[in-house]
Design a protein. Structure first.
Length: 223
């Protein structure tokens, strides 16, 4: 098996493998483990790795978009159809029911949609984060929209919150789960029982939301 993978060395006791949403492989290992051991470990898991790479790759193919009439794009959990317009304008317009894209645009349609999603994420998601910060009287340093490939969100030791822009395609309840997950880290910077109790108190069905992201996260993309 000629399997390519990246290695991340961290302070942890065991070695693990993560199949990323772009079908790449990351091995997370303790700093003291030699690369020869990592190679043997990856080889022993080759069947499981190949199976999941094929599954994710198939999902990526399914989400590949064509910028033509009738193609649907996710926005806040809904499939919104695209229509090409004879009108001349920049960017993409959203009228509440459909997306409009000018036939005469010289810009890359994928880039146009990407910029639309980023602007909406900065508007809607950041305001949601601020809402929960105020509601639960939390202390947060900075809020940013992340362009990461593999993480839905993060919270640093300095209490900087990052939320992935792709979540603007998901239902607002999924967005809220990720926000609450990261804000809970401002209280418990780990995944202990206390951490999950904090999340569950606000989002009782958080396990369903987490499972949804694991199963459907790959569709939150424009390829």
């Amino acid at each position: 098996m000629n399997l390519k993978y990246n290695i991340q060395f961290k302070r942890k006791k065991s070695i693990s493998i993560r199949i990323n949403r772009d079908a790449t492989v990351t091995v997370i290992a303790p700093k003291y483990i030699p690369k020869s051991y990592i190679e043997k470990f990856v080889l022993s898991k080759s069947g499981w790795i190949e199976k999941n790479i094929k599954k994710i790759s198939a999902s990526i193919k399914m989400t590949k978009k064509e910028f033509k009439n009738g193609e649907c794009f996710l926005y806040l959990g809904e499939d919104i159809p695209l229509f090409l317009s004879d009108e001349k304008f920049d960017g993409v317009k959203f009228n509440g029911k459909s997306f409009l894209l000018s036939k005469s645009t010289n810009k890359n349609p994928k880039e146009i949609f990407y910029n639309f999603y980023i602007s909406k994420a900065e508007e809607i998601i950041i305001n949601r984060v601020k809402f929960y910060i105020e509601k639960y009287n939390l202390k947060v340093n900075k809020i940013r929209i992340s362009k990461a490939n593999t993480r839905w969100g993060s919270c640093s030791i300095k209490k900087n919150i990052n939320i992935n822009w792709k979540l603007i395609m998901a239902d607002i309840n999924i967005i809220d789960y990720v926000i609450i997950h990261e804000l809970a880290h401002t209280i418990e910077h780990n995944h202990s029982k206390n951490f999950w109790k904090i999340v569950e108190k606000i989002i009782p069905d958080y396990k369903e939301k987490r499972l949804w992201l694991r199963k459907n996260g790959n569709v939150l993309n424009i390829i």
